[in-house]
Design a protein around this ligand. Structure first.
Ligand code: UT7
Length: 318
């Protein structure tokens, strides 16, 4: 027994920021961003908190699933940009939607949503009945807005699912290669009069090329392994939902596996990289598009800070 997806939801901030707007204060161009990353515009918080986005996605997923907040047994949130280090984002959402169940966060960088699916599967094996899972980020809070190599990439958004008992979670592969040399978001250094180490800048640091190499390899290897573990071939996968980090990484996997482009979901052009929220936002788009058929196999793949990566196969149970 694992779980089935009872409902999905997503929530993006109101404000759209185009590449042209970024070019007004950064040495960049619409042409460079579109060609090298595949982003045309992204959503950016102006007044919304990470909790607002997470709760918005949660409410949409609860509505679709016909679940009341008081019926939930657990709330999990995957994030690297919660409003507070404590309380957790999950506890802030629990308070906002007036649920009463336990709640906690998971941090596996941009891979967090798939790590969270695995965690949820464990809870269902223990007998939990209704779990709300949310990937939510306000990464624009962590960006160095003078650094063109990261500021143009990261964005804000949230995606959620309500899960109930079922047999949808078919296979998975989780990877971690720990280290902060190529991708990190340093946390608040503190004001201790005794601490003698110079603080690091509290912004996203990314060695793009190194992460790119890791990402291409991880996505292809993890996808192939998860599909094989499911006893399937790539031809039997109806939908691929890849983390939206760079359109070129997605296109590489599409070409390598001969995936029909229309079967590999992409929204990076208008949402940017929303880290742990990205696969959840796409999953909600897919569910709401009405294109999913009972029994369709969905493969998800993600990679990011940790370094971490993961892939899983889910069978859609209507
Ligand atoms: O979600 C978490 C996981 N993250 C990822 O998977 C990201 C993986 N990495 C990438 O997507 C790409 O490496 C980036 C999009 C971050 C960068 O693209 P790239 O093709 O690897 O560029 P680069 O870092 O090799 O830089 C090439 C040039 C450099 O100029 P010079 O040294 O050749 O003169 C950069 O300074 O592009 C320059 N550059 C820019 N130019 C215009 C870097 N950022 C920009 C920019 N606008 N925004």
């Amino acid at each position: 027994m694992s779980f089935k997806i009872l409902g999905t939801g997503s929530c993006l901030p109101q404000r759209t920021v185009t590449n042209e707007e970024l070019s007004e204060f950064l040495d960049t161009s619409d042409e460079w961003i579109q060609q090298r990353v595949g982003i045309r515009q992204r959503r950016v918080c102006t007044t919304e908190t990470t909790t607002d986005l997470a709760a918005g996605a949660a409410i949409a997923a609860l509505e679709m699933s016909g679940t009341k907040p008081e019926e939930l047994d657990m709330i999990l949130c995957a994030t690297v940009s919660a409003d507070n280090a404590a309380p957790s984002l999950a506890c802030s959402v629990q308070n906002k939607i007036e649920a009463s169940c336990p709640a906690m966060d998971i941090n596996a960088g941009c891979t967090g949503f798939i790590y969270m699916l695995e965690t949820a599967a464990g809870f269902f094996a223990m007998g939990y009945k209704k779990i709300l899972i949310i990937g939510a980020e306000r990464l624009t809070r962590c960006a160095d807005w003078t650094d063109r190599s990261t500021a143009v990439i990261f964005a804000d958004g949230a995606g959620a699912m309500v899960l109930g008992p079922g047999n949808s979670y078919i296979s998975s592969k989780l990877v971690a290669k720990g280290g902060d040399a190529v991708l990190r978001i340093p946390s608040f250094h503190g004001m201790s009069p005794f601490y003698e180490v110079e603080p690091r800048e509290p912004y996203i640091y990314m060695n793009g090329q190194e992460v790119f190499k890791f990402a291409v390899n991880a996505m292809c290897t993890d996808l192939a392994d998860a599909v094989e573990k499911a006893g399937l071939t790539m031809d039997e996968i109806a939908w691929v939902i890849p983390h939206q980090a760079n359109a070129r990484i997605i296109d590489f996997a599409v070409k390598k596996f001969g995936i029909k482009p229309e079967r590999c979901l992409k929204n990076i052009e208008i949402t940017g990289n929303t880290s742990a929220a990205s696969v959840a936002i796409l999953a909600d788009e897919l569910v709401r598009s009405g294109r999913l058929k009972d029994g369709d196999y969905i493969a998800m793949a993600a990679f990011g800070a940790g370094l971490t990566s993961a892939a899983c196969v889910i069978k859609w149970e209507a």
